[in-house]
Ligand binder design. Structure first.
Ligand SMILES: *Cc1c(COP(=O)(O)O)cnc(C)c1O
Length: 564
C-alpha cells in the first residue's frame, strides 16, 4: 500500500519536490477513494480523465454499457404505437384526444395496417404474429390487443406481475438463450416471470422480499462467488441485512470456476443463500459443467439452499447453461435486456422462478407466529395470503403492499421486452438454433476488442466457449513482471496500489478503467469493459497501460539502486 508519503527506503537519489507533491496528492486521494465503490471511483476518475495532461481523447472503458443497439424491435415498437393511436381514434376522436382500443377484429385491422412488402419492420411484426400463433397458439385478437394497449400504455399492468402473452414469450426467450442441456420448453412451462425495472430492480426486490418473508435473518450465512458485480457485495453488508458473507474467491488460474475448497463450503447446511453472477462480472466466464455439477451436488446435501443467479451475460457465452436450468427449484433467475440489446435506458429485466420452489416451501415451514405475521401483512391484498407465492409477494413488496393494485412493470417496458425476445426467437427460427445473427454480431464486437487489447498488451487471452470476452481483468503486477521482471514487479506491488495506477492512467492519459478490487478481486486487478468504446480505442488503452508501466519503470530505475 502506498500509505507512506516518504519515498522507498532504498532510494539513493534526491527525489524531486514535484514528485513528492504528486505522491502526497495521490495518497490523499487513495485514502478517500478506498472507501468508495468501484463505480463511484470510476466517476471520480472521469473528471480527471476529461482534463488529462496529454490532452488525449478521453476513453472511458469503465462502464459495461454497450455502444450498440438492436434496431428492429425498437422500430417495431414505434410502429405498434402508431397503429395503437390509429385504433384509438376509431372509438373517439377530438383533435389530439382519442378513445380506447377495441378487441374485436383488432388483429385483422393490424394486418391491414402493415405493409410488409414495403417495410421490413412490418414484415418483422407479421412474422412475429405468425410465429406466436403457430408456436404458442395465441388468440390473435387478444395478443394484438396486449401489444397495442401495452405499447400505448392506456391501462395499469393487469395482471400486475406480468401480462399474459408476455409471460409466455419471455419464458420462451429465457429457455432459448439460457437453458441448453435440459428440455427448455418443458422448464419454461413451469416457470413464472416478473418483469422488473432492469436487473437492478430485480436484485433489490429479491433481497427485500427475502427479508420481509423472514427467509434471511441478520447474521445468516450467505455465500458469494467473488469477484462479483459490486451490489452483491454491498447489499448483504448494509444495515438492513447484516448478513455474514462468505466469499468464494474464484481465481483467474482456475478460469473463475469454483475451486474444490469453494465447493466444500457449499455443502455446509448452515449456509442459507448462494449468490452468483454467471457468466461472471468482472471475470466474464460462464460456469463449466463441473462447477454446475458441484452446485447440483450441494443442493442434494443442502436441499433448502436458496440460490440467486444473475445471468445478464448468458447470451455472450456459447451453449450457456444457467444454474436455474440445473437446480430450478432452488433458484431465482435474474436476467436483463440491457447489455445484449443496448437498452440500459429502458430499464428492462426479469426475475424468473419455478412454480415449485424452495422459497415457497420455506415460507410454509416458518414458525406459526411468523406465518401469522406474514398472513397479516399479505392479508391486505389476498384472501388466502398463506397461498400467495413468493414471486407474487415480490410484486406486492415492490410497491410496499399498499400499492399492489398499481404494481408491475410499466406496460410499454413489458412490450419492449416482448419485442426484443421475439427478435431473438425469429432470428433463431431463420438462422438456426443457437445461430441468432444478432447475438453472433454482438459477440464478434466484444471479441474484436478483446483481441486488440490483448495484442496491444502482449498477453494471451483465454480462448474458451465459457469466456464472454465482455470484460478483461488486467493484473498490473503480473504485467509489470512480464514487461520488466520480478524485482520491478515486487517494487511496484510494495509501493503502489491499483488505485495509484488508475489515478495516473486517468490524469495523465485520459483512460478510465474500473477498480477490480471493488468487485472483490485481489490487489492489482483492473477491469476493462469491451462493451462501450470503438474498436480502435482498445489498442490505445493497451498503449496507455504500457506507457504508464514504462514510466513506473523509469522511476524504479532512478530511485532504486541496481547492480551495474
Ligand atoms: C449490468 C448488470 C446488471 C444491471 O442490469 P440493468 O438491467 O441495467 O439494471 C445486473 N447484473 C449484472 C451482473 C450486471 O453486469
Amino acid at each position: 500500500m502506498a500509505d507512506d508519503v516518504k519515498e522507498t527506503q532504498k532510494s539513493s537519489v534526491q527525489v524531486p519536490a514535484e514528485v513528492i507533491a504528486e505522491r502526497r496528492e495521490i495518497v490523499k486521494h487513495e485514502k478517500s477513494l478506498e472507501k468508495l465503490g468501484a463505480f463511484e471511483i470510476a466517476f471520480q476518475m472521469l473528471k480527471l480523465a476529461k482534463n488529462n495532461e496529454k490532452q488525449n481523447i478521453f476513453l472511458d472503458a469503465g462502464r459495461g454499457n454497450p455502444n450498440w443497439i438492436q434496431t428492429i424491435s425498437r422500430l417495431a415498437f414505434a410502429r405498434i404505437v402508431e397503429f395503437g393511436v390509429h385504433e384509438s381514434e376509431q372509438t373517439m376522436h377530438q383533435r389530439d384526444l382519442a378513445g380506447y382500443t377495441q378487441l374485436m377484429g383488432i388483429s385483422v385491422r393490424f394486418h391491414h395496417f402493415l405493409s410488409p412488402e414495403e417495410n421490413e419492420v412490418d414484415q418483422f411484426l407479421l412474422d412475429a404474429l405468425n410465429y406466436c400463433e403457430e408456436r404458442f397458439g395465441f388468440n390473435s385478437d387478444s395478443f394484438v390487443k396486449e401489444l397495442v394497449d401495452g405499447a400505448i400504455g392506456n391501462d395499469y399492468p393487469v395482471p400486475s406481475r406480468v401480462l399474459a402473452h408476455t409471460e409466455t414469450i419471455l419464458n420462451a426467450y429465457l429457455a432459448s438463450t439460457l437453458y441448453h442441456h435440459v428440455d427448455g420448453t418443458k422448464l419454461a412451462l413451469k416457470t413464472q416471470v416478473f418483469p422488473t425495472e432492469g436487473g437492478t430492480a430485480a436484485i433489490a426486490y429479491i433481497f427485500n422480499s427475502l427479508k420481509e418473508n423472514k427467509l434471511i435473518h441478520r447474521g445468516d450465512r450467505v455465500i458469494i462467488n467473488t469477484p462479483i458485480f459490486t451490489p452483491y457485495l454491498s447489499i448483504p453488508q448494509l444495515n438492513d441485512y447484516e448478513l455474514q458473507r462468505i466469499n468464494l474467491n474464484s481465481r483467474e488460474e482456475d478460469h473463475w470456476q469454483l475451486a474444490p475448497e469453494a465447493i466444500g463450503k457449499l455443502n455446509d447446511s448452515s449456509v442459507k443463500v448462494l449468490m452468483l453472477v454467471n457468466p461472471s462480472n468482472p471475470g466474464a466466464m460462464a460456469l463449466s459443467s463441473q462447477s454446475l455439477d458441484a452446485i447440483k451436488a450441494a443442493v442434494t446435501k443442502n436441499p433448502d439452499l436458496m440460490i440467486i443467479t444473475d445471468d445478464v451475460y448468458g447470451t455472450f457465452a456459447e451453449q450457456f447453461e444457467s444454474v436455474y436450468a440445473v437446480v430450478p427449484n432452488n433458484t431465482l433467475l435474474v436476467y436483463s435486456y440491457s447489455k445484449l440489446f443496448g437498452a440500459t435506458g429502458w430499464r428492462i429485466g426479469v426475475i424468473a422462478a419455478h412454480e415449485d420452489n424452495v422459497f415457497d416451501k420455506l415460507i410454509a415451514k416458518l414458525p406459526d407466529n411468523q406465518k401469522a405475521e406474514l398472513n397479516k401483512r399479505y392479508g391486505h391484498i389476498a384472501l388466502h395470503p398463506e397461498n400467495m407465492k413468493f414471486i407474487d409477494r415480490m410484486v406486492a413488496d415492490s410497491r410496499s403492499i399498499g400499492l399492489y393494485h398499481t404494481a408491475g412493470l410499466s406496460t410499454p417496458q413489458q412490450i419492449m421486452e416482448v419485442l426484443f425476445s421475439l427478435a431473438h426467437l425469429l432470428n433463431e427460427s431463420v438462422d438456426g438454433a443457437d445461430q441468432d445473427h444478432y447475438i453472433a454480431e454482438a459477440k464478434s464486437i466484444v471479441d474484436t476488442r478483446y483481441q486488440l487489447l490483448n495484442k496491444g498488451l502482449g498477453i494471451n487471452g483465454f480462448n474458451s466457449p465459457h469466456n464472454t470476452e465482455y470484460y478483461s481483468l488486467i493484473d498490473i503486477y503480473e504485467l509489470a513482471r512480464q514487461y520488466y521482471g520480478t524485482e520491478f514487479a515486487n517494487w511496484l506491488r510494495d509501493n503502489f496500489t491499483q488505485l495509484d495506477f488508475l489515478y495516473k492512467l486517468s490524469k495523465r492519459y485520459g483512460t478510465v478503467l474500473m477498480n477490480g478490487v471493488g468487485f472483490g478481486s485481489k490487489p492489482g486487478i483492473l477491469r476493462v469493459s469491451e462493451a462501450n468504446l470503438p474498436d480502435e480505442a482498445y489498442s490505445m488503452i493497451a498503449s496507455d497501460i504500457r506507457g504508464l508501466m514504462a514510466s513506473y519503470h523509469t522511476r524504479w530505475m532512478k530511485e532504486v539502486p541496481h547492480q551495474a
